[in-house]
Design a binder for this molecule. Structure first.
Ligand code: ASP
Length: 584
């Protein structure tokens, strides 16, 4: 008779306290070692490993076991023999001397060895994801993810938030990515869109008077995938009424004070705030990693009439900024050329370098600028002996992105971020609008319901690009964990916003008519934020890929190797939906 499942201990929870107890355990055979008259078996379950020993009459039972067999064993906990304790295991000081064994199901040899230092390809791992997830590291990622969600749910409940599920079959939402569409059988030619976020619904819940909404929400965006993107991902989605930016900041700071300690990270009580402008000027990024220096330095004022045509032109037409790498003077010509390669994809012509060595100063611009000119740049940027100054000139966007990327590259190459340090911050005052050269029009940088700064309202007409939004992002160690905004609740401002975006009355009605109508019947001022759960758990687990914290992720080409989705469907299913197979 086996004992109640709920009273059975997990493998790795047994220890010296249990010595002498008769226990029952279940799990998978990780490994068997036959020592002649003695068999050791490592048993694995979700919690970790436990050593089983088969002696005397039980030896033949132990010998039958092979890797990944599922077993139930009963036995007595005893300390391991002198010198045999394994400090790497939670249950490393004990073993269970088995007196009863049942093989529940035998297993075939799996396609790869199930252990943390797996050398199987990711393709093979994803094809047999259930085996991959059996690896302790992966199991613990899923458990951590659960703890984060459970902690968040508890926190929001205490803060009087109500979790509401919003539809998955809906219509296009305003996040601006490509939609996944689902054809309607009943309404042939009609399509549902999977939500890119619950944005409109969470705003409608504020009109409904809910006041505080939260949802662990699945979002879908049909975008080209990058390493840290998935076509479906999860947000901790939040919206509340009668609040300001400040209320969102304190809410998330309090939430993180509960979540991050789960992995021993203690965020500060209040995070520094940087405006978007300041973040770009100082770090060349709207999600700055502030764990190290290498801040961008203004150099345009030295360029006018300096004698070096390239710099003169860049300063006249755009921006010139640089950053100092302490001790960087040792970089070789080849390494410096590589830095130029690095910035070219951003549209920069290259990186102009200035060195201050013990012998003097050096730079490819020395001929044109003269020794004094080179010294002037180095002095102004604060470069000491042994330092390297790297300068980029050109259009503002190019200068920011090139130096921003250079900064991250150097920090990585020279290990500049101190181990164990974590920086949390808010970036505020994002531009409301983004100009698209390709489309010749403005797009909402966040989404069209984001409120402009009241004092910038006149700019919406006169200088739309300069209008600041009441939008904010929360950033940890250079990674955007989430973003949101205070929303427009004034119909006139919303009309003006649509006009600036080139959305006419008819289009606004067609796409968002239900929201605009709702706002006519008493809309509270409101705002919210969405946190990217996958990325947050990835950082907390110390992984580099969000696929490691998602149970069944897609590949970078948006396929599921295990289920083979997406797949073709029967002709009859297509007919029913009023669709035809594409001719290839
Ligand atoms: N819905 C937005 C997003 O998914 C977040 C927000 O504004 O709350 O990015």
């Amino acid at each position: 008779m086996s004992m109640s499942a709920w009273d059975r201990p997990w493998c790795a929870t047994l220890g010296l306290d249990n010595v002498g107890e008769s226990v029952e355990v279940v799990g998978w055979v990780r490994r068997r070692r036959d020592l002649g008259g003695l068999v050791f078996v490592d048993l694995r379950d979700r919690s970790g490993l436990l050593q089983l020993v088969f002696e005397e009459a039980m030896v033949s039972e132990g010998e039958r076991l092979s890797g990944e067999d599922v077993i139930r064993a009963r036995g007595t906990v005893r300390p391991r023999a002198e010198g045999q304790a394994n400090p790497d295991l939670a249950s490393g000081e004990i073993e269970v001397l088995v007196d009863e064994l049942e093989v529940l199901t035998p297993a075939e040899t799996p396609p790869f060895v199930i252990e943390d230092n797996v050398n199987a390809s990711e393709e093979l791992r994803l094809t047999h994801r259930y085996l991959d997830l059996r690896r302790p590291q992966m199991t613990s990622n899923l458990v951590l993810r659960h703890r984060v969600v459970a902690t968040a749910r508890r926190f929001f409940d205490e803060m009087d938030f109500v979790e509401v599920e919003t539809p998955v079959l809906t219509r296009s939402t305003p996040e601006g990515a490509r939609d996944f569409l689902v054809p309607s059988r009943v309404h042939k030619g009609g399509f549902y869109a999977l939500p890119q976020s619950p944005q409109l619904f969470k705003q409608l819940l504020q009109v409904a008077g809910l006041g505080r909404y939260v949802q662990i929400a699945r979002c879908f965006r049909d975008e080209d995938l990058r390493a840290d993107r998935q076509p479906e991902f999860t947000q901790i989605d939040v919206e509340a009424s009668f609040i300001t930016e400040h209320d969102i900041f304190t809410l998330i700071e309090r939430l993180f004070a509960r979540i991050f300690p789960l992995v021993g990270i203690e965020p500060p009580q209040i995070y520094p705030r940087l405006t978007y402008r300041e973040a770009m000027e100082r770090f060349g990024s709207d999600r700055p990693d502030t764990r190290f220096g290498l801040e961008l330095h203004e150099l345009a004022h030295l360029c006018e009439g300096c004698g070096f045509h390239v710099l003169e032109k860049a300063a006249a037409e755009g921006r010139v900024k640089g950053l100092v790498l302490p001790g960087g003077e040792k970089m070789s010509r080849k390494q410096l050329d590589q830095l130029s390669e690095l910035v070219r994809p951003f549209g920069a012509a290259g990186v102009l370098w200035f060195k201050r060595t013990t012998e003097g100063v050096a730079s490819p611009a020395k001929k044109a600028l003269g020794e004094d000119g080179v010294v002037r740049f180095l002095d102004d940027a604060g470069a000491a002996a042994g330092d390297l100054l790297l300068v980029v000139g050109g259009p503002e966007r190019t200068v920011f992105s090139a130096l921003g990327a250079l900064r991250l590259h150097l920090a990585e190459e020279f290990d500049l971020a101190p181990v164990g340090r974590h920086d949390f911050l808010w970036v505020t005052d994002f531009p409301l609008l983004e100009w698209s050269e390709d489309d010749g029009r403005f797009f909402a940088m966040h989404h069209p319901f984001t409120a402009p700064h009241p004092e910038d309202l006149p700019l919406l007409e006169s200088d739309p690009a300069a209008t600041r939004a009441r939008a904010y992002d929360v950033v940890m160690d250079g990674v955007e964990l989430g973003g949101g905004s205070i929303r427009i609740s004034d119909a006139a401002v919303q009309r003006q916003m649509f006009a600036t975006l080139g959305i006419d009355e008819a289009e606004a009605q067609a796409r968002f008519g239900f929201l605009l109508e709702a706002f006519r019947y008493g809309v509270p001022p409101h705002g919210g934020i969405a946190l990217g759960l996958d990325r947050m758990v990835m950082l907390m687990a110390g992984r580099d890929s969000i696929r490691d914290v998602i149970a069944f992720p897609k590949t970078t080409s948006a396929t599921c190797l295990m289920t083979r989705a997406p797949s073709e469907v029967d002709a009859s299913q297509l007919t029913e939906l009023g669709l035809s197979r594409p001719q290839s």
